[in-house]
Design a protein around this ligand. Structure first.
Ligand code: AR6
Length: 168
């Protein structure tokens, strides 16, 4: 698997799967979630609502992942995952690792060969950039996956540099 680090807006990526840093409601929000729903259009929200009405009546639990259509994005699927909110008193890093592992599992099962990840939890959920990057890089390196092309698409310089350091 080739891992690359890019700066930019993840909604511009042409890949099989774009990962969304969602919340448990699956009904949208700010940050990358808002950008994905805006760029992908209403078909994504429609499928998210259907998931809430069926499999995920109580919402998507933190650390898990689920796929929907990518709507108008240049991708086949959006894989929604829910990162943990950062805590200074509780170590939630296993949940953040799980976001990457589960997203890769869901995308792999669909047959995706390429995937783009944002820095899950590193925005509204306040995870410090250096730690978020180390956890992300370790998680994808450890995951057994058939995906060939994995991209981290980072929106700001601080997070970009943290990922560059983490990848070594
Ligand atoms: N492309 C790539 N990265 C982006 C983009 C973009 N278009 N926009 C923001 N980022 P966040 P979280 C970066 O807050 O911390 C939402 O309201 C951003 O700079 O999107 O997991 C959800 O609905 C940061 O580095 O996700 C949840 O309620 C990274 O993406 C909550 O925020 C993640 O920031 C999830 O918070």
């Amino acid at each position: 698997m080739a891992i690359s680090i890019l700066k930019g807006d993840i909604t511009h990526q042409r890949v099989d799967a774009i990962v969304n840093a969602a919340n448990s409601s699956l009904l949208g929000g700010g940050g990358v979630d808002g950008a994905i729903h805006r760029a992908g259009g209403p078909a994504i929200l429609e499928e998210c609502r259907a998931l809430r009405a069926s499999r995920y009546g109580r919402g998507l639990p933190t650390g898990q992942a689920v796929a929907t259509t990518a709507g108008r994005l240049h991708a086949r699927w959006v894989v929604h995952t829910v990162g943990p909110v950062y805590s200074e008193t509780e170590d939630r890093s296993a949940l953040l690792t799980s976001c990457y592992r589960e997203s890769l599992r869901v995308a792999g099962e669909l047959g995706a060969a390429s995937i783009a990840f944002p820095a899950v939890s590193a925005g509204v959920y306040r995870w410090p950039a250096a730690s978020a990057a180390e956890i992300a890089v370790a998680a994808v390196r450890e995951a057994g996956t058939d995906i060939e092309d994995l991209r981290f698409v980072l929106f700001n310089d601080e997070v970009l540099e943290a990922f560059q350091r983490a990848i070594g």
